[in-house]
Design a protein around this ligand. Sequence first.
Ligand code: NI
Length: 241
Amino acid sequence: MSDNTDTDADQEPQKDPAATDQTADAAPADAPPGGGRLAWISLALVLVGAAILLYASGFHLDAERKSVFQSTTSKPADTPSIGGPFTLVDQDGKTVTDKDYRGKFLLIYFGYTFCPDVCPTTLTDMSDTLDLLGADADKVTPMLITIDPERDTPEHLKEYATYFHPRMRALTGTLAQITAAAKAYRVYFAKAKMEEGSEPDDYLMDHSSVTYLMGPDGAFRLHFTHGTDAETMAARIREIL
Ligand code: NI
């Protein structure tokens, strides 16, 4: 049985050389001088193909090397240089700097008190997070930095902050001070386009909604994107407290 199949298999390929021979015979008959040229063109095509393949594989290697290079060099940049020195004014009207808050973790959010939904939601999540941390919450200072210094005076912030947490620090400052702090934390903010006929004071702010956890040394530890629930935040903070 197996011998038979072997023979069958051996016989099959023999048909192919015959077929090629036939076409090879036919070609010179149609165009005798072209046969040689066709062979040269085929060879040239094969060489060009090989060259393209070599070039492509070389290029690919290059690209890989480049990406490895990029990923290693971008590591320091990836470890986000978030945070840095700031000088602002707290809710008691006192000028403060980042150094005044060393020794405790800082849970920082940039927002504004006139925000209709996003900011109060985030600040509620922040205070819920502290509640979930229980006794460990003492190691964390919750902080709101306003991106609307025009309306968020220290007095206004003081009242607002107490809605969320008794220990919440709420900082404002000059527009230049706020801009510098926001830049250090890579926070975007801008006055939103106002609706026609609205009062000059009645504007909304566009702003990034990210919560940062900074270490007692002032260095960046974690960030939470908008909408991260309190349970998740508390769990991740507890891991590094
Ligand atoms: Ni907001």
